[in-house]
Design a protein around this ligand. Structure first.
Ligand SMILES: [Zn+2]
Length: 115
């Protein structure tokens, strides 16, 4: 599996939501192309994870550009102090892979709207 390991890093301030519809992703300002580009809330970890479409391989994801029903590949793997979280984003749903170490492993849930 060609997946990316996201080491948790300090969040950047989100850009203003200029859409009227609720978004499930937030686009961030990047200082470099290696910085986090989009964040979303992960209810399994109780925190935000991120991905980027501008990083070097393999730290690079394909994103369909839909801020309401995003599809992102490959899998996003985040290692926090407590959990290893492996998920796909498909059509606005988070598909947690069985190798995740939290309670939602193996489940698919709708992404939460951001305020
Ligand atoms: Zn997570």
């Amino acid at each position: 599996m060609s997946a990316v390991v996201n080491i948790r890093r300090p969040g950047k301030k989100p850009l203003k939501n200029t859409f009227n519809l609720p978004l499930v992703l937030t686009k961030l300002g990047q200082d470099t192309t290696e910085d986090p580009e989009y964040t979303f809330f992960c209810p399994a970890c109780g925190t935000h994870h991120w991905f980027s479409t501008t990083g070097r391989e393999p730290n690079n994801h394909c994103f369909n550009g839909d801020m309401h029903r995003p599809t992102v590949s490959p899998a996003i793997i985040t290692v926090t102090g407590k959990h290893r979280c492996c998920l796909y984003i498909r059509g606005g749903y988070l598909q947690y892979l069985p190798e995740s170490t939290h309670d939602l492993a193996g489940q698919t849930i709708k992404m939460e709207n951001l305020k």
